[in-house]
Design a protein around this ligand. Sequence first.
Ligand SMILES: *Cc1c(COP(=O)(O)O)cnc(C)c1O
Length: 455
Amino acid sequence: MKYISTRSKEKEYSFGEVFIKGLADDGGLYIPKSVKKYTKEELSNLKNLNYNELSTEIINQFSADFISKKELLSLIKKSYSTFREKEVVKLSIVGKIQLLELFHGPTLAFKDVAMQFIGNLYEYYLSKNDKKLNIVVATSGDTGAAAIDAIKGKANLNIFVLHPNNRISSIQRKIMTTVEDDNVFNIAIDGNFDDCQNIVKQMFSDLEFSKSINMSGVNSINWARIIAQAVYYFYSYFKLGKETISFSVPTGNFGDVFAGYLAKKMGLPINKLIVATNENDILHRAISKGEYISKKVKETLSPSMDIQLASNFERLIYYVNNSNSEKTAEIMEKIKQNSYQIEKNNLDIIQKDFLSESCNEQETLDIIKKNYEKNNIILDPHTAVGVGAAKKLSFNDCVVLSTAHPSKFPDATNNAIKNHEKLPKELQHVIDKKENFQVLKNSTEDVKNFIKSKL
Ligand SMILES: *Cc1c(COP(=O)(O)O)cnc(C)c1O
């Protein structure tokens, strides 16, 4: 399968390039030239596959020129052998709510589902290319942990993770900083998540530097992550066995919910995708009113969704503009000026597939409390936003993506119910283990020098 950039159709790319580079040279995101749409009959042939087989079928649609289907299956099996659930994800019914638990991987958030796969994809790539890669990633907590766990101990790979000093939960930090492998480097930046992200962006656009260290990225715009996430939308549909299905998706960077949109494009009978946001509600304002205007980022109880500009939204813009890359580039220019009002006809198209709602802090706490009292379950604050959004829309029949294990956010649940979930036993060792991270100033030069000193 060939790929193009959302901003220009001139060049074509292979899956290998798309995966290793993450972002196209023109600043656009990679997108497949065409997407296979399953017929009803083909879909029903997938329904009895186990999770690993289903992943192989879906991902192989996009990666066949890079890895054979047989090798892909074994890579996927290896990736998900680290999960605490045999079927990787778990659909559970709690009261009237259907939860798709995606947090049974090594670092307790849904990001493991794609990241464990990506880690092994790097290893596969490096087994055929004589290279050393340095992965650099900024994190607001969950991405970094998932990436470290996926890359630790792998040959010819180093990983450098930047997190904002003192601004992530202590459990989030400990999961990252207690890893002992010598290819893992944690950097705490004196600044916020945006500062971390800016440093990484500046290093990528300094081509002399980024080429000299073979820098690679694993953030949520990476297409390989999207396709791995599309799989659990199919899985839920087959598991529920209804005619159609809807999802409520706690959303930050629009990666996870875009994977659902891709599943729909591939023929999965999805009715609505609910974009659930916290008080950082740009996507809710965009989808309900067409107002794609960013405000200052607020710190909330659901920090992994404290994002204002949702990078993956560019892919949706591309599709609703009939795959017109010039138009997409124009709109991205408007977004850069922070003045994009979605055109009426495009908003109508978006609203055919998407609904949106946002939950403020109090509503999030209330949802955690109500579900604890009524259903005896502790929801993590991100999942609570997903549950709350569906409720506010009175959309009862939908699957809520449960994106993090509640034990990862004890402060939020203590606040709501004076109780918290214990860490799974596999992770309890992080609590008392020695942490290892370097605090650096909010300075791209300092980070570059640190990285060079480690190579
Ligand atoms: C990253 C994350 C999200 C948001 O996912 P996006 O793909 O950025 O929309 C939601 N919940 C949790 C727990 C996360 O870690």
